[in-house]
Design a protein around this ligand. Structure first.
Ligand SMILES: Cc1cc2nc3c(=O)[nH]c(=O)nc-3n(C[C@H](O)[C@H](O)[C@H](O)COP(=O)(O)O)c2cc1C
Length: 166
């Protein structure tokens, strides 16, 4: 598998911590970057990409991703695989759970290479912009209500990505 570039946006640190766990699960095959310090050319150099955001406001991604996402149009995504993860809180925001993840998927300039879809079982919520055709468009993590599930979810998702990435 080719090196994985992980790009996260994080306000209070939970998405950053999740990005580091995902990198650790990939081992030496992954490099982690804060999207706040990233450029389109940094993203362009990876074949396998992981993007992570938390959820804020009304369907908003984390602020640094809100600032950056339009610059993704400068990246040629043909021949790349992209997997998404999102942090949220299903008890405080059950009607907009991990909406940032759904918005990120929606705003990707090219969706053909998206992998890492994830079942909705095991989460309790009423509505999520990240749910599409009965699955999440990436991995939701809830370090507020289900912190004990994060490690196992990350491991299983990374195992799945190893089969889906190039
Ligand atoms: C003002 C505010 C709005 C939020 N809105 C949502 C939301 O709509 N959906 C959700 O799942 N989580 C929501 N959250 C929870 C955050 O996404 C969660 O705390 C996340 O772990 C923050 O990650 P970060 O510190 O890495 O940015 C919200 C939190 C705050 C403080």
């Amino acid at each position: 598998m080719k090196t994985v570039g992980i790009f996260y946006g994080s306000t209070s640190g939970t998405t950053k911590a999740a990005a580091e766990k995902i990198a650790k699960a990939f081992g030496k095959d992954a490099e982690v970057h804060n999207i706040k310090e990233a450029t389109p050319s940094m993203i362009a150099k990876y074949t396998n990409l992981v993007f992570g955001t938390s959820a804020w406001g009304i369907g908003d991604m984390q602020d640094d991703w809100e600032d950056f996402i339009d610059d993704l149009s400068e990246v040629d995504f043909i021949g790349k695989k992209i997997a998404l993860f999102g942090l949220g809180d299903q008890e405080e925001y059950p009607e907009s759970f991990v909406d940032g993840l759904g918005t990120m998927y929606c705003r990707l300039p090219e969706k053909g290479g998206v992998v890492g879809f994830w079942p909705t079982e095991g989460y309790k919520f009423y509505f999520s912009l990240a749910e599409k055709d009965g699955k999440f468009v990436g991995l939701p993590l809830d370090d507020h209500q289900q912190p004990e599930k994060t490690d196992a979810r990350v491991k299983a998702w990374v195992d799945q990505l190893r089969t889906e990435f190039l």
